[in-house]
Design a protein around this ligand. Structure first.
Ligand code: ADP
Length: 455
């Protein structure tokens, strides 16, 4: 807009000047021809006075235009200084080159990055900061820039004047003339050495991670195979010792009988341990599959308690059961639900010397079942509660050693509950007792398909 106005003003002034020149020429001609009469002279003088007036107007217009021009120049200079400051003090390195890569301008950050004063940078070829074995790539980049408008984040090695080489990311925008010919290149240069190192470290870690996953897989496979191999002879030992106890006990001396009993009991403990390790390794490698069936949870709890009452209740602990309804049909893996409850109940009995162990079963919101196992035993300190479900974690090695156990029971229990889309939690107070609460879907349909562990 302003530019157009200034142009119009200038044309008008030029026209005025031309008119005045013309009048002055006419007057001069008339006076020099000597044929000028008084009337003519007067009219010429009036014209001259008009011309002078117009000259004055033109002069004042010129003055105004001059004022405008200097104000425009001042604004332009301010803007130039502003952009020069931005360029100069930008945190990133900026370099301006001609189309062949000869440096014309470089800011402070560029001078620091290339380790050379800006005034020595100007006139150098940018390629002189590229290590020899990367110069071919750089030259091909330059030739691409003749046809492109911009190149985003091209990575290249650069070599500073102090011989320090570094990884750089180059972003280049091309300045073109009206014939679309590249006349200048604006380079944004970023030192990405740290990023590259991180990427390398990440790659190494991913590689190590893969190796660890493979080791873990091999370990799980080894455990599974070993446990399987151990189970077969253990079953034979248990089967035969049980047979000796039941069919031939009358033929044994009391001491011999005690020895066979110990073989049988220790064999059972060992088998439980082997089964736990096998389950645990299957759960960890996500290879444990649930076998869904429909069964009565109340009936399962009652049967389990009867077994425990006869087997374990030598400490004279009262075992109570509260079933909210007489029968509660669920769809789940019966064997694995039994395993969860057996783990919790045997812990409750193991860590309670007097008082009660209670199991409660109820239905929640029609689609979830809640099972609580409470005891009045030794309890668990707050500081140990968060680690209670970790594998091989036992609160007090001395107590647990005399009670037996491996520290796998709760880890297996929690993994099973997770597999069943359920939850397990615990509330406990030292010397007061503990409550373990398991919440499971009533009808388990959406089964986790066993998959490989995530890498
Ligand atoms: P284990 O019983 O074989 O040692 P678990 O994983 O079943 O392994 O239990 C881990 C530890 O948690 C136990 O060693 C014990 O210290 C603690 N714990 C589990 N249940 C109870 C309980 N009902 N009362 C007190 N402590 C318990």
């Amino acid at each position: 807009m302003d530019e157009q106005r200034t142009k119009d003003d200038r044309t008008q002034i030029a026209r005025h000047l031309k008119q005045i020149e013309q009048r002055e020429a006419d007057l001069y001609k008339a006076v020099s021809e000597d044929s000028i009469g008084q009337t003519d002279l007067l009219s010429y003088l009036a014209a001259l006075s008009n011309a002078l007036e117009e000259l004055r107007v033109t002069e004042s217009a010129l003055y105004q235009q001059n004022e405008q021009l200097s104000s425009i120049r001042e604004t332009l200079e301010n803007e130039y200084r502003h952009y020069q400051d931005l360029f100069e003090f930008a945190p990133d390195a900026y370099v301006v080159t001609d189309a062949y890569g000869e440096i014309q301008e470089a800011n402070q950050a560029a001078s620091e990055l290339l380790s050379l004063d800006p005034k020595y940078l100007v006139g150098r070829l940018l390629v002189s900061f590229v290590p020899e074995d990367h110069q071919r790539v750089f030259r091909s980049l330059l030739s691409q820039l003749q046809t492109l408008d911009r190149i985003q984040e091209r990575e290249l090695k650069l070599l500073a004047k102090n011989q320090k080489s570094f990884d750089a990311a180059l972003t280049v925008s091309v300045v073109k003339d009206c014939q679309d010919k590249a006349i200048a290149l604006r380079w944004l240069v970023r030192d990405i050495t740290a990023r590259k190192q991180m990427e390398q470290q990440l790659q190494q870690m991913q590689l190590q991670n893969l190796e660890l996953v493979e080791c873990d897989r091999l370990k799980s496979q080894f455990i599974a195979t070993m446990s399987h191999e151990l189970r077969t002879p253990m079953n034979a030992i248990l089967g035969f010792s049980n047979l000796l106890l039941r069919q031939f006990h009358s033929r044994f001396e009391p001491q011999q009988l005690r020895m066979v009993e110990r073989i049988f009991q220790n064999g059972q403990q060992l088998l439980t341990l082997i089964e736990d390790i096998l389950d645990f390794s299957k759960l960890r490698s996500r290879q444990l599959e649930l076998q869904l069936e429909s069964f009565d949870l109340c009936e399962l709890v009652t049967t389990l308690l009867e077994e425990l009452r006869t087997q374990k209740n030598q400490k004279n602990i009262e075992i109570q059961v509260h079933l909210a309804q007489s029968s509660l049909m669920v769809a789940n893996d019966r064997k694995r639900v039994r395993q969860i409850l057996a783990n919790l109940l045997s812990n409750a009995l193991k860590f309670t010397d007097q008082g009660r162990v209670t199991i409660e079963v109820e239905l929640w919101r029609d689609d979830r079942v809640a099972i609580a196992v409470r005891d009045t035993g030794i309890g668990i300190a707050d500081s140990d509660l968060s680690r209670i479900f970790q594998e091989f974690w036992q609160v007090n090695q001395t107590i647990t050693r005399c009670h037996g156990g491996t520290g796998l029971g709760l880890a297996i229990t929690k993994s099973l509950a997770d597999l069943m889309n359920g939850q397990i939690s615990v509330v406990s107070q030292l010397d007061q007792g503990s409550t373990f609460l398991v919440e499971l879907p009533r009808h388990l349909t959406d089964l986790h398909t066993p998959t490989k562990k995530p890498d």
